[in-house]
Write a protein of this length. Sequence first.
Length: 212
Amino acid sequence: MRLILMGPPGAGKGTQGELLEKKLGISTISTGLMLRTAIKEQTEVGKLAEQYINDGKLVPDDVIVAIVKERLSQPDCEKGFILDGFPRTTAQAEALDAAGVTIDKVLLLEVDDSKIVERLSSRRECSKCGTPYNIISKKPEKEGICDNCGGELICRKDDVPETIQNRLNVYHEQTEPIKEFYQAKGILAVAQGEEELADTTANVAKALGLGV
């Protein structure tokens, strides 16, 4: 299966991507990692992307699509792949389509904004060892203290409610319209993100017709 995974920040795309990777036996492809690898390996498009980054500019869609296409031609993607973090705009979705990259399904994980803000603003991480916690679902034994090393638990700047809302606004303005593009192609599958991981996983399996 050639799959695109999309949804708002904090919807649980990463977790569902890992579960689908194991279930389907295919690789999850992260755009950010792809970009860094292409630059590190100094491929032709990697050099081009590096030039834009060094000039303080955004990497253009056609360069990103070229990097994605280059990565998807690798042997581990022959049986299929899960694209996570791309496309982020309708223009990128159109460019991916124009580049001849075939997609079987686009899975949209939907979660209400209020739940996203609550979920992300309750995240904490250890200031020393980086162990993740959640003051709602994964509490430390001692409040504010890491179980592993005794370090202080902090809230990341990304997880401040105001920042979360800004990220959600960007998602709604730029990424959410993509669903209309894929809906028109008849390949959009929607799954509701629930409080319990098992419930979300069941919804995802049902949406993709995989069986639970």
